[in-house]
Design a protein around this ligand. Structure first.
Ligand code: RIB
Length: 304
């Protein structure tokens, strides 16, 4: 089953820190690691690692990061025919700071990701039309996101939008045709302007999005699990409790695995459970894509 990811790629520059430096301060951090990341690429790799056949539409720069990013997609069996280099532009990079409890703060410099345009979707139309799902995030221009949603609707392909990083510039009227809308709590708060400090508030905020026409709203809540709000009501899937060493990329892990399971089984709750196990295992290791588990390990956890 083919999944298309129309989205970003970044090079993750992760510093493992004891605390953030204050302005003007130089502070030593104990460790550093570099790896392939970007929300789109992470979701593509997670889906591929769980068994999906993935088509990636993204743009890389013309620097030394580009070839490594393309090689990494290929290593995961991802179709890179629509991964293009942009002359004179840097690849996307993401300085990430992970504290001693495994929580992360991320900066993104989008670079070539800003050049993924509606015309690139048109160019890929013959291949995109055969996909069973389109996955989108917000690290590419919004006009491309809106165009991809319209493309999905025109060709009757379910669209999953991960509204991350959240921006109040997102026109909810233009995205309400999405079949799946998957924010985390922070993104939900930014997009709705509503409080999300407990599960009741999260549910109310998610329902406000449902009321605007979003079919299935799934809020990822880290160690508190995930919440599905749709016309059948509200359901919660528990998280697996693990010792977190690095939570970066866990939301992307959830989404990629969810998409793969959903198009295979058409069972939203079963897909959320598998995604929850996949994401839980990812936080037990350092890095984003580097931390994603093999399918066998996920099945073992699911059946434990
Ligand atoms: O969601 C995690 C990702 O956000 C990182 O891989 C980083 O590149 C940013 O895009």
């Amino acid at each position: 089953m083919r999944i298309a990811v129309i989205g970003s790629n970044m090079v993750d520059l992760t510093s493992y820190i004891t605390r953030m430096p204050v302005l003007g301060e130089t502070l030593e951090a104990p460790d550093f690691s570099m790896g392939c990341g970007g929300k789109g690429a992470n979701q593509a790799v997670a889906a591929a690692q769980y068994g999906a056949d993935v088509l990636m539409l993204t743009k890389v720069g013309d620097d030394f990061f580009a070839d490594n990013t393309i090689a990494n997609f290929k290593k995961h069996g991802i179709d890179t025919r629509y991964v293009q280099k942009v002359p004179g532009v840097s690849s996307g990079v993401a300085p990430i700071f992970v504290d001693q409890s495994g929580q992360n703060s991320i900066l993104i410099i989008k670079g070539a990701n800003n050049d993924l345009r509606p015309a690139d979707i048109d160019a890929a139309e013959p291949d995109l039309k055969s996909c069973k799902m389109i996955i989108l995030q917000l690290e590419i221009p919004l006009e491309t996101v809106y165009y991809a949603i319209d493309f999905g609707k025109k060709h009757d392909i379910p669209v999953l939008l991960n509204p991350a990083p959240a921006t109040t510039e997102l026109d909810l009227a233009k995205v309400c045709q999405c079949d799946f809308f998957m924010p985390n709590e922070t993104e939900l708060a930014i997009l709705t302007g509503m409080p999300v400090s407990n599960e009741k508030e999260i549910e109310a905020a998610a329902k406000s999005l449902s009321a605007r026409g979003l079919k299935h709203v799934i809020v990822t809540m880290g160690s508190h699990g995930s919440l599905l709000v749709d016309e059948d009501g509200t359901r919660r899937v528990e998280a697996y409790h693990v010792e977190a060493v690095d939570t970066s990329g866990a939301g992307d892990a959830f989404i990629g695995c969810f998409a793969c399971c959903y198009i295979e089984q058409r069972d939203i709750i079963a897909a959320m459970r598998a995604a929850s196990a996949f994401a839980a295992l990812s936080v037990t290791k350092r890095g984003t894509q580097k931390s994603y588990p093999e399918k066998e390990a996920v099945l073992k956890l699911l059946n434990a």
